[in-house]
Design a protein around this ligand. Structure first.
Ligand code: FNR
Length: 340
């Protein structure tokens, strides 16, 4: 098997090995205020929102993970089955392996038939030129394309890239691709310095993908012989921090939050901090591997129901209201925000 396809298997295996049920996403330092007198009934709550400018029924989705090897194509097939049963949008992992040879594209190409009604999102690295992005979109009949920013991951990979000139390419692709582009991190957090630059490139959709869950520095370090990069896993901004740091850019972007989302309260807090929707990878992968599609469908249905219950308890009947919900920050997060 090609090194790129083999790497896909390793990523899944190591991500699952490093999975922790309690994430360090900083969201425990954000507290929503209970309404106490909700003056609402559960049947009045609606969960619809937008993702990359399109209306979606639920404010969370299956975020980028995998595909391109026999084992990971099987995982994508199962994720697609779950997305179809639950109505969630689904992103695949990087399709760059699929651009290398048709045999690696096969698994991506067959996904759309399993997801006739769902929003399907493709994925490539931010260095891929427009032509590759068009091929990736065609490979999936995708409704949107994620382009990932992962400099730290590349540096820790022995076979990774060593120079990173992405901005001009992001501008070209965002302006010329027929579907919306979502620029994302991979669990290290997008800094507000980068948001200022992305704004100049006319990027509208950003997945802030903060630190606290799946950590690609840790994953790539695990793949190294000497594992000497553990110290770098500390680098990055948590999911709570990136959301706070992004707030001055609320009018410029539609934000996805991701990174260590573990339960419905995490989802609600991300939305209260300004996200329009929330991406989940590690938790869904872990649940699928442990409890198969039945367990993952049950988890997703629980998340929908529990999110509606939380919204009732904080007195919000829709996502727009939840985005205005009052919250209190810990002293640590307050200090972080005041130093930006
Ligand atoms: C990922 N992620 C990812 N992101 C991306 O843009 N392209 C990719 O190919 C991958 N591959 C990948 C593989 C596996 C096994 C996992 C678990 C994750 C990153 C993912 O989309 C997300 O940004 C981070 O994982 C943070 O979210 P979680 O996992 O903490 O919910």
């Amino acid at each position: 098997m090609d090194i790129h396809a083999h790497r896909k298997d390793e990523h899944v295996f190591i991500a699952e090995k490093q999975y922790r049920p309690i994430a360090d996403n900083g969201l425990d330092q954000v507290r929503l205020l209970p309404a106490t007198l909700p003056e609402l009934g559960l049947d009045e709550i609606t969960l619809t929102t937008t993702l990359a400018g399109k209306q979606v029924a639920y404010p969370f989705f299956i975020n980028a993970m995998t595909g391109g090897s026999p084992q990971t194509d099987k995982i994508n097939e199962k994720l697609a089955y779950v997305a179809n049963k639950t109505g969630l949008a689904m992103a695949t992992g990087s399709q760059s392996v699929g651009l290398k040879a048709p045999k690696y594209a096969q698994g991506f190409t067959t996904l759309r038939a399993l997801l006739p009604e769902n929003m399907v999102i493709g994925n490539l690295g931010a260095d891929h030129p427009l032509e590759n992005c068009q091929k990736a979109v065609a490979m999936l009949s995708a409704d949107a394309l994620e382009l990932h920013l992962n400099a730290a991951q590349e540096l820790v990979m022995p076979e990774g890239d060593r120079s990173f000139y992405w901005l001009e390419n992001l501008k070209q692709v965002t302006q010329n691709l027929a579907v919306p582009v979502i620029v994302k991190e991979v669990g290290g957090g997008i800094s507000p310095l980068a948001l200022a630059k992305l704004k100049q490139c006319h990027v509208k959709y950003v997945d802030l993908s903060g630190k606290g869950g799946t950590n690609f520095i840790a994953i790539e370090n695990e793949r190294r012989k000497r594992k000497e990069y553990h110290f770098l896993t500390d680098l990055g901004l948590t999911t709570a921090e990136v959301l706070l740091a992004a707030q001055p850019y609320k009018a410029d972007f539609s934000f996805t939050a991701s990174g260590g989302i573990r339960n419905a309260l995490d989802i609600a807090k991300c939305i209260a901090l300004g996200a329009d929707n929330v991406g989940i990878s590690g938790l869904f992968l872990h649940t699928l591997l442990k409890e198969d599609t039945t367990g993952l469908i049950a988890l997703i249905e629980d998340l929908k129901q529990q999110l509606a219950q939380i919204m009732l308890l904080v007195g919000c009947k829709n996502i727009t209201e939840l985005q205005q919900a009052p919250y209190v920050l810990s002293a640590e997060l307050l200090a972080f925000r005041s130093q930006l």
